[in-house]
Design a protein. Sequence first.
Lengths: 578, 309
Amino acid sequence: MLTPAVAIIKRELLSTLRNPRYFRAVAALLFVLLSLLTGYFIQNPTLHLDDARAMRELSTGLFLVYAYALYGIAALLLPVIASNAICSEKQQEQLDLLRMTYISPPVFLFAKAVNILGLYFFFAIATFPVASLLFYFTGVDWMQYGQMLTLISLVALANTLIGLFCSSFFYRTIPSAVTTFVLVFLAQWLPGGLTWWGVQMFGRGREYDGLWIALSPAWAIGRIAGSGFIDGYLFPGALLLYFGGITLGCAFLAHRVLNRPTKPMKVNQEKTIEDPALLEARRKQFPYYLIDPRRRRPLIGDHQDPVLAKERYSSLANRGTTSIRILYSVAILSVILGAFGTALTGTERDAERTIRLFVFVETVLLLALAPTFMATTFSKEHEWGNWDSLRMTLLTPRDVVWGKFRGALQSLALPTLALLIGTLPFIDSIIRFPSAFGTLASSLVLCFTNLVYLCALAILTATRFERSLPALMATYAMSILLLVIFPVLLMAFYSIATNDSPDVAWLFLSPALPMASDALDDSPHFGAGVAPISAIVFTALSLFLLKLAQQQYAKLWYAREPQHAAPPRSMVAGESLE
Amino acid sequence: MAMIETINLTKNYNKFEALKGLNLSIEKGDIFGFIGPNGAGKTTTIRILSTLLQPTMGKALIDGVDVMRNPYEIKKIIGYMPDSFGVYDGMRLREYLDFFGAAYKIPTKKRKAIIDDVLTLTDMTSRADDYVSAFSRGMKQRCCLAKTLIHDPQVLLLDEPASGLDPRARIEIKELLKALQEMGKTILISSHILSELGDMCTKIGIIERGELLAFGNHREILKNMRQSKEIRLEVLDGADKAADILAEQPGVENVERSGNEFHLETAISNEDLSGILVKLVQNGVRVLSFGEEEGTLEDVFLHVTKGGV
């Protein structure tokens, strides 16, 4: 029992320790923490180590940053690694070989979990020098530190097992990663959120307040930093029970899945249907088909972009009945949500606010969905082994980048349409309050601006990657950074530097800000102007980003290996064989 | 003029020299077999010829066009089949070929007929409406070859086209390559399976550690390589008598006997050899066969290469 376990743990740890990426990440984390600390001291030159109150403030602040950094690793990095851990074994056809050895599924799962958690502890231990400063500044006690570490370690363990379960269930990494993140999100926010909602809804008072915080680790960390404990309520019992349950449940499910014989990947083998009568009959039988995937497609036209045509073949419309059914369901749910929203539009102001909130929620959903269409479109060419074949054709990088961008937009059009159908019930509100039309129009303009901007960002990021998972993660990180974090940080710096709150002009830093800001509610006339200006600015910026993506992709296309000469003009021009 | 020519072609990957001044000259209509152990530099050469890799030094020409200076022109005249490749998900074979046809800018009017021709040539017409991702390895190999032929290239660069195929599929690919040669195409093919190249290639090149060790027709190479002829003799009876006669002959060396079969080495002339045969028959030895052993590509390969990467 022990020897195979040692063998696989050794293999796993070696592969991690040989990866310089993690060492760089630790160095980056330490750099950020120490920079913040140094920055704090520079900003407060009169700070003295004897000033207990100031030291407590500093210590608490540093504790929060440190704890959230570790929490970020547990909630964002570990699920990525775990969701790929068993998928990669399957893709490299190693899983069956491992199953032929004496390594049992529990040992295999244990080894994977040890490796992934080892990475978490690697970060935790490497940052001990920073953690020790907390005690030097005497603002945080051992109990707080212990609670924080226990809490985040529990989250790390649960998230790792969620990822391993998804990884054992799926063959491909992307569905595994997406499902992992959905489950991780639900595990961390749903029970706490529901409890909070229940408390708010039924007003049962504050006796349950500690419970929802205890079940939401992100809030719990804040509470630990503030008061040292979560009001003594159920902590850590509730948390232990909850995350322990998730861990054991996922381990059990993953074990069950790994015990089953490997199923070969499902491959569609349906033949084309030539008979128009049969196609018509199928259309009547399956009304959810927008385009029958079994029809014979016409040849790609002379003036058509071949890459766009190819991307369309693998779009949602051609992805079988399940995707189409999901889309119809989303459309119906969206309409129900919209109809529910119209009930809240008693006054003109309410109507405007509700419409804005509704489109905002839809936009957030679309922005969360869009990278999955864009991020992996380039890396798949490498992963599926088509990269060289594609480069050997007379296509240019411009053809490929634009073809893929437009193809991804077309794929995205279907869920976008499904979600935005939900705005139809607001027609009633618009009839009652015509000014609400302006709000709907400007909100929709901002929604599309955000979508185009995010897609351009995603394409720019995606062209750099040859593997889908890093591409997806980088695309999400880049999108959040440029849409939210960077503009908000700039605004914060402006506030600190000028001691003044930023005015509405700052909303042009990102197309997401006008949608999330209350400023537009207070000045509807200004709001009407923000949407078109933002649309023009960010569409232009998106075009620029796409141009950059094209140049970046051209470097990879023409110069895979070093010392490659610049592409000749004839290749960029794209001559025809005719 | 040579159809494929490399002049002092060199490629370094950091300190590792993958190609050391390779000189090749392949005529139009040749099937050139590129042979060498793993890591010898075959794929590097093919990737340079395919415009996918920049050499460190030297020149590569296809139909007189410089590969490095005019990659766009080169792509029109070559078809490259990589050693490892994939297919697209959610695409049928006809659509797959249509995509590559469009990517090679073949007009729609001509494309349908070309796709049908290529499907016929690769014997895949019956699978035209099947999803390519559902194909077996052999079918994917054919599919990739069909894609390589879609723009009617004059030069085919095939990197291990038969690896992983069953014997029947190998024979079919061999026949297909012969048919393509008859169509006037120049083919450069790399393979580990020497037996399949031996009787198909008009020329071979043996490469090891980035150096070309032998070049030309493999029979000529073998002839030049050997100091003496290898003769095989098989008798129906009188094997002992035959052994005595062979032992007495001047210039006959290393006689090995295995039952009624003899292998011997000799540097004597053909007239003297026919004299030996006459002597055997006159002494009552009933000869079944008597002739020079041609030698196989394996012999050439083993003789020329030293092993190791």
